[in-house]
Design a protein around this ligand. Structure first.
Ligand SMILES: [Zn+2]
Length: 436
């Protein structure tokens, strides 16, 4: 097969997609031109614009497009044997506020380029090849990541999904009065029951996602490509800490039940336990993060009476993740008692780690060996849509290096050479898996 990845076309498309952003052009001189800060939140006008553009590209390439009730977009190249289940690839195009232009998009536009390049080389797939653009991999708007892939993999109950509240930054302070996912998606013209989104277990014979590493290892070790053997398991919680508020001058220290001081102790506690778990294991896999704090009433001269905070905790080992939570829970009880506050915990999700399929990993290794590509097998510490595709399909992922391991920032960067190489390996893998 004479396969040529059109790097110039792929990079032009990545830059065009980056221009569909709600971030104004950056004036940050420290950023390499033409890096663009990208904000593209699901079902906003920019997201819908990006979707329409992507569907146009698929049309142009002669692929068939279908969308489901949550807006997952399927771009299919029909194989010669329609009775066989398809080989899938894909990722996401939504972006958190002030993010970079490569997270997710490399897997979507790289997947499209892989299919186009195969087509242009004269290849004819036996199994259909399908590119999937997932809705809302990022949790920005509805508070839960991988919304589209969770529904595809039947990992999320359709009814509770539809009831999720819109947490767009503008509406966050009164989220209870916000719209539901059902209202938001229907306004964006994605109708029908979410129960119809789930895919059967024999829909894909194999699934491969191309993604930037979002960590520094490949670049640091001078390796071209990562083959993901497993994906760390994330869990997220929401906490409400209720104390007693009052006037910053009049409420004396002995009488205080400051909710924010209690929250501060909780944040340090979970950090301490994650570090301790790593130290005990001689590893680095446990990570715990509190990335937001909501303080009520939020005035300089008022003692905080209520605090809301989320917790994101991940590990490649679900037992170790649970042990960090057990230690944290014991601290919460102690903090409640010592500070006379009440802490309530809401579990948002606690996902299982995903394991890559041995057959797909071996196929990827063989391609790297044939193509003289330096690769390493590695775990993914970030979760991806593939985590949930693993519930219904044999999966694997391909990572390409990104500069300094930076992601979710405007200065996120991968070289065109890395992007083209990852796309080439993806194309060769899809071709091989299509005939298996
Ligand atoms: Zn991503």
């Amino acid at each position: 097969m004479n396969l040529t990845i059109n790097t110039e076309r792929l990079m032009r498309e990545l830059h065009h997609l980056a221009s569909l952003t709600n971030c104004p052009p950056t004036s940050d001189a420290s950023l390499p031109v033409p890096t663009q800060a990208v904000t593209r939140i699901v079902f906003t006008a920019r997201d819908l614009e990006a979707r329409a553009w992507l569907k146009g590209l698929a049309d142009e390439a002669g692929f068939t497009v279908r969308e489901d009730a949550i807006g997952n977009t399927f771009i299919r190249w029909h194989g010669s044997d329609a009775t066989l289940c398809a080989v899938g690839t894909g990722s996401h195009t939504d972006a958190i506020p002030h993010a970079g232009m490569y997270d997710g998009t490399v897997g979507v536009l790289g997947g499209l380029e892989a299919m186009r390049a195969l087509k242009e080389s004269g290849f004819q797939p036996t199994r259909s090849l399908e590119l999937l653009m997932f809705t809302s991999e990022e949790p920005t708007r509805f508070g839960i990541g991988c919304l589209g892939s969770r529904l595809l993999g039947s990992v999320l109950d359709p009814e509770s999904a539809d009831a999720l509240l819109d947490r767009l930054p503008e509406t966050d302070s009164n989220a209870l009065e916000g719209l539901t996912l059902q209202q938001v998606r229907e306004a964006a013209d994605f109708n029908g029951s979410l129960a119809s989104v789930a895919l059967p277990k024999d829909y894909y014979s194999a699934w491969v996602e191309l993604h930037i590493e979002q960590g520094p290892l490949l670049e640091r070790e001078g390796i071209d490509l990562g083959i993901v053997t497993g994906i760390a398991a994330p869990a997220s919680y929401r906490y409400t800490i209720e104390g007693f508020g009052g006037h910053a001058g009049a409420l004396l220290m002995p009488d205080r039940r400051d909710a924010l001081c209690a929250a501060a102790e909780m944040i340090l506690s979970v950090e301490r336990h994650a570090r301790a778990a790593n130290a005990a294991a001689g590893g680095v896999d446990a990570v715990a993060t509190v990335g937001m704090v909501n303080v009520h009433p939020g005035a300089v001269n008022s003692v905080p009476s209520r605090v809301n905070l989320p917790l994101d905790i991940r590990d490649t080992d679900v037992d170790r993740r649970n042990s960090v939570m057990t230690a944290f829970h014991a601290d919460i009880v102690a903090i409640e008692r010592a500070r006379q506050v009440r802490v309530t915990e809401e579990l948002i999700n606690a996902d299982a780690p995903a394991r890559s399929d041995k057959r797909i990993v071996e196929a990827l290794e063989k391609i790297c060996e044939t193509e003289n590509i330096r690769y390493k097998k590695m775990v993914s510490r970030a979760y991806h849509d593939s985590s949930f595709m693993a519930a219904i399909a044999p999966i694997a992922m391909v990572f390409i290096p990104c500069r300094n391991g930076v992601s979710h920032r405007p200065d996120e960067y991968s070289t065109p050479e890395s992007i083209a190489l990852g796309t080439r390996v993806l194309a060769l893998a899809m071709a091989k898996l299509s005939s298996e």
